[in-house]
Design a protein around this ligand. Structure first.
Ligand code: HEM
Length: 133
C-alpha cells in the first residue's frame, strides 16, 4: 500500500512543483495583449469614473479625478500589444479631456467638471468598441 500510494501521488507532486516553478506569465494569461495589469488599471479607472458621477463636493470630485488620471497614466505605461499606437492615442485623448475636467475644478465649477467627465464616456465607448472590449 505504501508503494502504491507513492506511485499514485508522485506524478501529482511533480506536476505541482513544475507549476510552482513556472513564471506567472506562462499560465495566467488570457489572449494576446490583454495583460492583468491593464485590466486592473482599467477597473480602477472604472471605479473612479463611476463615483465621479455622484460627487457632492469639489474636494471629492478632485480626489476621484486625481485617481482616475493616475490609473489612466499607468494604463498608458502598461500599454496594449494588440494595437499599441491606437491605444496610446485613445489614452492621450482621455488625458486631454481630463485636463478640461481639471480646468473646471480649478475654477470651482463642480457641475461643469461632472459634465465634462461624463463626456469622456464617448472616448471609452469608441475605443472599447474598436478593441472589442
Ligand atoms: C472613461 C474611460 C474608461 C473607462 C471607465 C474604462 C474602463 C474599463 C474597464 C472597467 C475595463 C475592464 C472590463 C472587464 O474586465 O470587464 C476596461 C477594459 C479595457 N479598456 Fe477601458 N476604460 C476607459 C477608456 C479606455 C480607453 C480610452 C481605451 C483605449 C485607448 C481603453 C482600452 C481598454 C482595453 C484594451 C481593455 C481590455 C483590457 C483587458 O482586460 O485586457 N479603455 N476598461
Amino acid at each position: 500500500m505504501k508503494s502504491l500510494a507513492k506511485a499514485f501521488f508522485t506524478p501529482l507532486a511533480l506536476s505541482a512543483s513544475l507549476m510552482a516553478s513556472m513564471p506567472a506569465s506562462a499560465h495566467s494569461h488570457g489572449h494576446e495583449g490583454h495583460s492583468d495589469e491593464l485590466n486592473t488599471e482599467m477597473k480602477k479607472m472604472g471605479f473612479n469614473f463611476k463615483r465621479s458621477g455622484s460627487a457632492k463636493t469639489i474636494e471629492d470630485m478632485q480626489s476621484y479625478v486625481t485617481e482616475f488620471r493616475a490609473h489612466a497614466k499607468n494604463a498608458r505605461e502598461t500599454g496594449y500589444t494588440d494595437a499599441p499606437e491606437a491605444f496610446r492615442k485613445g489614452i492621450d485623448q482621455l488625458l486631454t479631456g481630463l485636463a478640461g475636467v481639471q480646468a473646471a475644478l480649478d475654477k470651482q465649477d463642480l457641475d461643469l467638471a461632472k459634465r465634462r467627465m461624463k463626456k469622456l464616456n464617448d472616448i471609452r465607448k469608441k475605443y472599447h468598441r474598436e478593441f472589442d472590449v
